[in-house]
Design a protein around this ligand. Sequence first.
Ligand SMILES: Cc1ncc(COP(=O)(O)O)c(C=O)c1O
Length: 377
Amino acid sequence: MDTEDPENKSISWVQRFEEAFAAKVGASYAIAVNSGTSGLHAALYAAGVGPGDEVIQPAMTVVMDSYATIHLGGVPVFADIVPETQHIDPADIVRKITPRTKAILTVSWQGLPVDLDPILEIAREHGLVVVDDSAQTMMGRYKGKISGANAHIGVYSFENKKHLTTGSEGGMIVTSDPELATRARKFAGIGYKHMTSTAGRTHLALSAVQDPSYERFDTIGLNYRMNAVSAAIGLAQLERVDHIVARRQACGRLFLEAIAGCSWMVPQRVATEIEHSFYTFAVDYRGEAERGVKWKDFYHRYLDLGGDGFYGCVVTPYLEPALRGREFGGRRMERGLCPKAEALQLRVMQFKTNYRDLGLARQKAEILSRLIDEIGR
Ligand SMILES: Cc1ncc(COP(=O)(O)O)c(C=O)c1O
């Protein structure tokens, strides 16, 4: 809630950013928050997740998706992935549905939008809410729609490394459902009674609020609101977002060319109706099995030739020390829950795509190509 003063007609930076963001992604409502993690928490709250409720989520993602579930008293239920896309497997979602399932949390991973229609259909059949974690997939497109805005609720992150940043931390929740928007906004806005789907303002007469009997809060929430400075930075970034995303995509294409014809570096499969926004250039590295070159040896050889350091994939959430060995809703977090994700996690290589200078990106891609030739394409 920006103010309870109805005389204050200025549109805040947060409101401007929210309105511009909603318009950009094609959602009716946008709610600015202070991180992607808090956005996930508020989105799952809005979806109605409460104690004992199960949230089906992919085994290849960051642990913050699990945190959001667990902080609501919910149970993260992991579905295995389709290795070719690195995304949640709809067939495994169906296998994991129980009477306690409340929501499906998909993750548009590495910049690649999830093939959402089959998942929305499963959700419709079972009366579930679909939340898409599009933290890594700003402006990825799915059948012409923007990733995140095509789910019941979508969540983005604006921390430093993301396509769009609000300085260092930030996030956005989007939805076209007014009830979900109101619930998310109230939860993220310390539970102010008069918050609505569109804004924090009350438009109440001063005589109503300047009264000791005026009750302000009707929801047990948290203060997850974005600050004005972050929103102003986000708004400026949003004006350039097409350029920022296009540059990452250009880097992605350079790396795709570099690995062309190599059987043991397999990029994510991109269906024709999907546009990858290349948060990273992520490949399934099979060089150890096919050429006898270990992941870490490849890493060092690439660096020695002048390449940049690249990342491995995050550890499967239930194997992170924060969760490993613990039980939620009678489900033990242990190795073997999702074998495909566990195996692929060890092979993935994530090359950076945030080069400002495409000439430099080309140079790195050429080095990668040279190394692949050295090993034997
Ligand atoms: C897929 C995914 N989900 C959620 C998050 C959490 O976002 P934040 O770091 O803004 O809390 C991140 C980023 O770190 C992420 O990559």
